[in-house]
Design a protein around this ligand. Structure first.
Ligand SMILES: C[S@@+](CC[C@H](N)C(=O)[O-])C[C@H]1O[C@@H](n2cnc3c(N)ncnc32)[C@H](O)[C@@H]1O
Length: 217
């Protein structure tokens, strides 16, 4: 039972243009903005219940992860195949550097695989960042597969909610075209199908926007 009400109150007590900013330690490649970092850090530091973990689907070089895990003792589960390249190195090289430089190794369980191939069970999750493959169908399938691990009252943050998509993305096997607004379509489908237990609360203006969802059982 993450403290979702507290998180929403905190979110709504700031103007978007005067929002707190997380200061990243060093130069970590990735897309997490300082404001999104502050939001993740508050959710994990202040709103997780005892025994709950933070779940990050899509960690890349650990930028959002370090924001989530700074100045608290929370545990994180990370799902990422780590096969993207940054310059001539795997993202795994930078992810491991981020984790070790910030002393986070003992607090993270890495599932180095796609969500599709995940076979491990996860512990109970109270805060969930969904930031994996943004092409159409992927977000919907991922959250549908992983929602059984979410506690009653989970803070779910969908990154890139308003990413445009369209030309260039991989086409989902069930679709004929490259979808526009692929994350929004997937999230809206999931929230509609689960409308008795999800409440979309806010979408933020940073990057291509994050949608905050309160998941209930
Ligand atoms: C947008 S990046 C994540 C950015 C990161 N959260 C940050 O703060 O910079 C997307 C990540 O999703 C991972 N990914 C792609 N497809 C995936 C899948 N099917 N399952 C799990 N992770 C996936 C990629 O390897 C990549 O690291």
């Amino acid at each position: 039972m993450a403290h979702v009400g507290e998180f929403i109150s905190w979110l709504h007590s700031h103007n978007w243009d005067e929002f707190p900013e997380f200061t990243f330690p060093g130069d970590i490649p990735g897309w997490c903005t300082p404001q999104m970092g502050a939001m993740l850090n508050y959710a994990v530091s202040e709103c997780l219940d005892d025994g709950e973990s933070y779940l990050e689907l899509g960690s890349f070089c650990g930028r959002s992860l370090v924001a989530a895990l700074s100045n608290n003792d929370a545990h994180a589960e990370v799902i990422d195949p780590q096969n993207l390249k940054v310059a001539d190195k795997d993202s795994a090289f930078f992810w491991n550097r981020t984790v070790d430089d910030n002393g986070l190794r003992d607090r993270i369980t890495l599932h180095r695989t796609t969500y599709q191939s995940l076979v491990d069970d996860l512990p109970t999750i109270g805060v969930f960042l969904v930031d994996g493959d943004h092409s159409s169908g992927q977000t919907y399938e991922a959250v549908t597969k992983l929602q059984r691990y979410l506690s009653n009252n989970t803070i779910v943050i969908f990154d890139d909610y308003l990413i445009y998509g369209g030309h260039g993305q991989s086409v989902h096997p069930d679709h004929d075209v490259e979808m526009q607004w692929p994350v929004k379509r997937d999230v809206d489908r999931w929230t509609m199908e689960n409308c008795h237990n999800v409440v979309p609360n806010a979408h933020t203006p940073w990057g291509t926007s994050q949608l905050i969802v309160h998941f209930k059982r």
